[in-house]
Design a protein around this ligand. Structure first.
Ligand SMILES: [Zn+2]
Length: 637
């Protein structure tokens, strides 16, 4: 701008002035256009309908549908049969009359003949979920009647009379049963003989939202599911000596826990140090549950999902900690594990430390739930208030796995993002969470999860732009979901500075929690709350193909000053972390945040020194760079 004004002053001819003025005008327009993000048609519709705004906030007409689930489920560890009876009350707050209800029957992932993108063992192929009863608003539904019910893969659509817009409701009663998988543990199944993790288990009405209407994406195994908040009242019946851990608050501890466990449970609510609620003596003496043939554990919560785990030989360790400095609200941090997995004796500490950082540092928002329970399982998978984590052989793996899965409590669960379409909106944050928090637990950790794949894959033809729906990705699903978005968040953090970055992120979380933000809601919310137009950055990283590559292209010495010229050869902006080594062996790092690349691709770093520079090196652990051969420069003296 300044340069153009100087040019203009030199112009003598009025015609030439006008010509330049026209050119300038069009240049401004081109720039404005260049900085606008492409908005897909379904997202544009949400802006037109005023359900969301381009200022990055929910619109005046924002709505969400809601469901209440009353589920009674019985599990038989001998036969692995799960039997459920459920009543769903579904509230239609949308402006549309709903002509059908769409259910996701996730256990049908294991059903014979169904499409899957994960391999399962032949023995785990089932006949799927059997419905023995289905009643909608007092009308019996024959789930085998193709005129009313379309059941394909894990999606079941049932035609209904028409649920009134803005306040209409419907009631669905369903009785169902299926056999739990023994192996092929895809988020759910048998952990060992006597321990089970039961997730994605009940017929669930899928999300109906203002962007796409019904979520009809089948559950194929790989992609996680899109949930919005629902209220759950779940009664879980299991045989004597089985303890149940679940999403939600246990409503009837005195009815199900043995007196000794109940006493310790009450103690743990006051203890900031971990205590064993179930120890090996309780297991040996059968003093875990009440001595009834069956115990029914009752849980209540409002969360995006509900899962549970049970075991007749797991230890249970728990502590209480403050998770909200304003209200001093506390949460119970629990671990349930097999004592043969020695690593799990430390997982409670890792979990508590992660929660502490999340509440009071990054992102700096109160933990939203009353407890978090990490279960020693066979997966690496998060649920609201619950985690299914496999045992690990190294402390490094134990810490990085725990920090990652715990971080998911905010992203996706507090935000209720669409994990199926936008995996980066939760996996990206969980990756950054693990990179940041793991070294706070053990200072020797350098967690570079995914960086090797970044440097090898970025810019190849399968590397689709990050904005691509996760459902459309195969080979680039990993980098687009995990390290690539995490890097962009990290670069922003450095560019905005600690306080502005956290303030903007907290603003986004508070504005959009429970509201299922889209990526555009995130981009516009961050632009707004940090007071900067970051579209150039979003565009380069999320909407364009390409790669990051910085190189040192020249060095000039004038007396006591070196000018190091650095070029951003690739189109993806990465920060400059330039380390200079001097003749006496000392080192100094020179940093420029990604902002340096907003309008240019060449920049100089001036190094004033009385000494000769013996080596220059570009790049840190998290500086993505597909060609490192131009990162090192040894001046010839
Ligand atoms: Zn994850």
């Amino acid at each position: 701008m300044t340069e153009n004004l100087v040019c203009r002053k030199r112009m003598q001819s009025v015609i030439r002035k006008l010509f330049i003025a026209v050119l300038l005008l069009s240049a401004v327009q081109v720039n404005a256009q260049q900085d606008e993000l492409f908005i897909p048609r379904n997202i544009q519709k949400a802006y037109q309908n005023n359900t969301r705004t381009v200022a990055g906030t929910p619109g005046k007409k924002f709505w969400k549908n809601f469901a209440e689930y009353f589920i009674q489920v019985k599990f038989n560890p001998k036969t692995l049969m799960l039997e459920g009876k459920q009543i769903i009350t579904y509230y239609n707050n949308s402006p549309d009359t709903l002509k059908k209800l769409v259910f996701r029957i996730a256990p049908d992932f294991y059903k014979k003949g169904n499409e899957r993108n994960r391999i399962i063992e032949a023995d785990d192929v089932t006949d799927g979920v059997k419905f023995t009863n289905c009643i909608i608003d007092a009308n019996k539904v024959d789930v085998n009647n193709p005129l009313q019910v379309k059941h394909e893969g894990t999606i079941m659509e049932i035609k209904v009379k028409g649920i009134e817009p803005r306040g209409g409701r419907t009631t669905v009663e369903m009785d169902w049963n299926y056999k739990l998988n023994l192996n092929s543990h895809e988020r759910t199944g048998v952990i060992d003989i006597g321990s089970y993790f039961i997730a994605y288990f009940f017929p669930r009405i899928t999300v109906y939202d203002d962007v796409d209407g019904w979520d009809e994406f089948p559950y194929l195994g790989q992609q996680e599911t899109y949930f919005d908040n629902a209220s759950f009242n779940v009664h879980i019946t299991v045989p004597r000596n089985f303890m149940v851990w679940a999403t939600g608050d246990l409503q009837n501890p005195a009815e199900v826990l043995h007196e000794s466990v109940l006493k310790k449970w009450t103690m743990a609510q006051q203890s900031s140090k971990p205590v064993f609620l179930i120890d090996s003596a309780d297991i040996r003496n059968n003093t875990v549950t009440q001595h009834k043939k069956f115990n029914t554990f009752q849980f209540k919560c409002t969360t995006p999902d509900f899962v549970f785990a049970l075991s007749n030989h797991y230890l249970w360790q728990a502590r209480n900690m403050v998770v909200d400095s304003l209200t001093m609200r506390k949460a119970l941090i629990s671990t349930a594990f097999n004592p043969i997995h020695k690593d799990f004796f430390e997982v409670n500490d890792f979990t508590a430390k992660t929660i502490e950082v999340m509440c009071f540092d990054f992102p700096g928002v109160a933990y939203p739930y009353s407890h978090l329970t990490v279960v020693d399982g066979r997966d690496q998978m998060e649920y609201p208030m619950m985690i299914n984590d496999n045992p690990t052989t190294t402390r490094f793996d134990g810490i990085t796995l725990t920090t990652h899965e715990v971080f998911h409590q905010i992203f996706p669960f507090l935000m209720a993002t669409n994990q199926t379409k936008y995996a980066f909106m939760d996996e990206g944050w969980a990756t950054l969470g693990e990179w940041y928090i793991s070294p706070l637990i053990d200072t020797t950790i350098v967690d570079d999860y995914g960086m090797d794949r970044i440097n090898s894959d970025l810019g190849k033809d399968w590397d689709a732009p990050m904005i691509t729906n996760s459902t459309e990705l195969t080979k680039s699903l990993f980098i687009n979901s995990y390290p690539k978005p995490a890097l962009t968040f990290l670069y922003l953090w450095e560019m905005l500075g600690d306080s502005l970055f956290k303030k903007s992120l907290q603003q986004y979380i508070i504005t959009w929690m429970d509201k299922s933000p889209t990526p555009w809601d995130f981009f516009y919310s961050m632009n707004q709350s940090c007071g900067m137009d970051l579209n150039w950055f979003w565009k380069a990283w999320y909407f364009e193909q390409g790669y990051p590559d910085l190189g040192i292209i020249g060095i000039n010495r004038l007396n006591y000053s070196y000018t190091v010229t650095i070029k951003s050869i690739g189109n993806k902006p990465v920060p400059i972390h330039l380390t200079a080594t001097f003749a006496d062996g000392s080192k100094k790092k020179y940093t420029r945040t990604v902002e340096i690349w907003k309008n240019k691709n060449i920049t100089d770093v001036i190094i004033d020194t009385q000494q000769a520079i013996t080596k220059l090196e570009l790049g840190d652990v998290y500086d993505a760079d597909i060609d490192k051969s131009n990162n090192i420069f040894v001046p010839k003296e």
